[in-house]
Design a protein. Structure first.
Length: 326
């Protein structure tokens, strides 16, 4: 932590967060380079003023109480606000520096995300980018709480607390191995898909909840022999030719670009597209550099989708117009 962070982040909150992370006063003292007695004194005074214990003192360490959890959340919000303020101060100096936290999905980690991280490093070498891999629900919650500065997630909806910087539609389709019989089709129906072993995602993933809301009959009829929260396992089975999967071009992007999977569009009026969006908090002020990075992320997702569609969309779908991020 920089000297400015140490000066502006209250000691008691920093010490509480360190104990929560490392499990004891002694371990926290080594981490923050302060004597254990000084840390203990700050926590005891804080507990005395609050009239509540902040930690359970256990034989093998210390664990936060409910009151301690509330103060830890305060410490995290304080740190996030402080980082944003320091980024704005740096921008006033004409320097593109600061720390940004991004929430993203697991399916992005071997897709567009590595390229984006490299692009940010090249364009803004002063930025420290922290990437948290979470679910869509967690991404929204963290944005609202101020724990992250921006998020890229599926099926985001604008609200008074959430501003969508950019979004693109993701038509639903069937992903198959190049040698699979369905790979030669220009379009498939849900009935076509149900005739093959289906590798289905669990409810942890947004695509499964989407399918349950709109096409639960398919899941019941197909009786998926595999249900998993691992997109990588789904794609591995599909690549082997033993299974098919229902997902988007974005989820299968790396494999479509590599030619190891094919995306076949679904021919069904009820197959409404999902969306992928880049969002920031609508209720918190953002540093200028965070807004720039959010817009850069939206453009990057757009470019990535265009490349994936050019490389592997089957048949007439190759003529689909370039996706427009609004």
């Amino acid at each position: 932590m920089s000297s400015l962070n140490q000066l502006l982040h209250p000691k008691a909150l920093r010490y509480l967060a360190a104990i929560a992370q490392w499990g004891s006063v002694q371990a926290a003292a080594r981490e923050v380079s302060i004597s254990a007695s000084a840390i203990d004194r700050h926590i005891l005074l804080l507990e005395e003023d609050l009239g509540l214990p902040l930690f359970e003192r256990l034989p093998r360490g210390m664990r936060l109480t409910a009151a301690g959890e509330l103060l830890l959340a305060l410490s995290q919000r304080w740190k996030a606000d402080l980082n944003r303020t320091l980024s704005d101060v740096k921008h006033l100096q004409g320097v593109s520096q600061g720390q940004l936290r991004l929430a993203a999905m697991d399916s992005h980690t071997n897709g567009f995300l590595p390229e984006f991280v490299l692009a940010v490093a090249q364009e803004h070498p002063g930025i420290v980018l922290e990437v948290d891999i979470v679910s869509t629900d967690d991404a929204v919650q963290r944005l609202r709480a101020g724990d992250v500065d921006l998020a890229v997630a599926f099926n985001l909806k604008p609200s008074r607390e959430l501003h969508i910087v950019a979004s693109a539609e993701l038509p639903l389709g069937c992903v198959v191995a190049p040698g699979h019989p369905l790979a030669s089709q220009t379009q498939v129906t849900f009935k076509d898909v149900a005739a093959w072993p289906l590798a289905a995602q669990s409810r942890v993933l947004a695509i499964r909840r989407y399918l349950e809301r709109r096409h639960n009959w398919l899941l019941e009829e197909a009786r998926p022999p595999l249900v998993t929260n691992s997109l990588q396992l789904v794609k591995s089975l599909v690549r082997s030719g033993s299974h098919v999967a229902l997902t988007s071009e974005l989820d299968a992007g790396p494999e479509i670009l590599a030619g190891t999977l094919c995306f076949v569009p679904l021919k069904d009026k009820s197959a409404q597209p999902q969306t992928v969006g880049v969002a920031v908090s609508a209720s918190r002020s953002l540093p200028h550099i965070a807004r720039m990075v959010a817009e850069r992320l939206g453009a990057h997702v757009n470019d990535y989708l265009t490349r994936v569609r050019a490389a592997g969309v089957v048949g007439a779908d190759t003529k689909r117009k370039k996706p427009k991020l609004r």
